[in-house]
Design a protein around this ligand. Structure first.
Ligand code: NAD
Length: 248
């Protein structure tokens, strides 16, 4: 297995892309720390992992709070002794408005949950990985980490910021055994899109040359690869998984 003896942490692991990645890490032999603000669904993921014959714990943490991110890493190390892999994935869609109409609170909320969180998580994860001599971090950006999308300025700015943090982390720690990369999903069928009507979903689908939205597993597979030693020369990079969305 790819991750035998390794410990993987997933933020936003209760649902969607994070849940898929948590299950794949476990299938490849990792002990998994599932972290989220939603405990009930997170505990279900832990149970699914245990049914696969792997070990997992749930850690309740709000990634927009630095103290929660610190505790998340501490609990991973207390339980499993180390932290080899982190998938910083938790995120929200947030307020849909043009810049002129977007509320200050709406802006701050998305920046806090989708961008500041990735800095906090990396900050504590990297300190632990340095103690161990290495690790792999994957941050969940988006196609909107590369291009704009009307009425989503905070989300677009946060996801571009995640790409910037990834590049900087990549270059700062390349010689220290920590690889840091970002994935860029296009629109993926997860609860994040559940508020959207049929018409919006059809419009979104039409923007993907592949002719459909993605599935969470199709992102998780890329995350798994980037987390593994198979990607040993890959760091500081952004990888889209987008049905050719960005090729237009
Ligand atoms: P999802 O809603 O299914 O899962 C997100 C998880 O993050 C949920 O379990 C939620 O409880 C958790 N979460 C939210 N706020 C949190 C906080 N403050 N602290 C800790 N956990 C929190 O959504 P998803 O589609 O799987 O999204 C996962 C990531 O993928 C997000 O960063 C999102 O921006 C990104 N993404 C999603 C899509 C898409 O179309 N679904 C596209 C590109 C990128």
């Amino acid at each position: 297995n790819l991750f035998d003896g390794k410990v993987a942490l997933v933020t936003g692991g209760s649902s969607g892309i994070g849940k898929s990645a948590a299950l794949l890490y476990a299938r490849e032999g990792a002990k998994v720390v599932v972290s989220d603000i939603h405990e009930e669904s997170g505990m279900q993921v832990v149970q699914e992992i245990e049914q696969l014959g792997s070990q997992a714990i749930f850690v309740s943490a709000d990634v927009s709070k630095p103290e929660d991110c610190e505790r998340m890493v501490q609990q991973a190390v207390e339980k499993f002794g180390r932290l080899d892999i982190a998938f910083n994935n938790a995120g929200i869609g947030g307020e849909s408005n043009t810049i002129g109409d977007m509320s200050i609170e709406g802006w701050n909320k998305v920046i806090s949950i989708n961008l500041n969180s990735v800095f906090y998580c990396m900050h504590y994860q990297i300190r632990q990985m340095l103690l161990q001599g290495g690790g792999a971090i994957v941050n969940n950006s988006s196609i909107l980490g590369q291009v704009g999308f009307a009425n989503s300025a905070a989300y677009v700015a946060a996801k571009h910021g995640v790409v910037g943090l990834t590049k900087n982390g990549g270059l700062e720690y390349a010689s220290k055994g920590i690889r840091i990369n970002a994935v860029g999903p296009a629109f993926i069928k997860t609860p994040l899109l559940s508020g959207m009507g049929e018409e919006t979903l059809q419009f979104l689908t039409s923007k993907h040359p592949i002719g459909r939205l993605g599935a969470p597993e199709e992102i998780a597979e890329l995350v798994i690869w980037l987390s593994s030693d198979k990607a040993s020369f890959v760091s500081g990079a952004y990888y889209a998984a987008d049905g050719a969305y960005l090729s237009q």
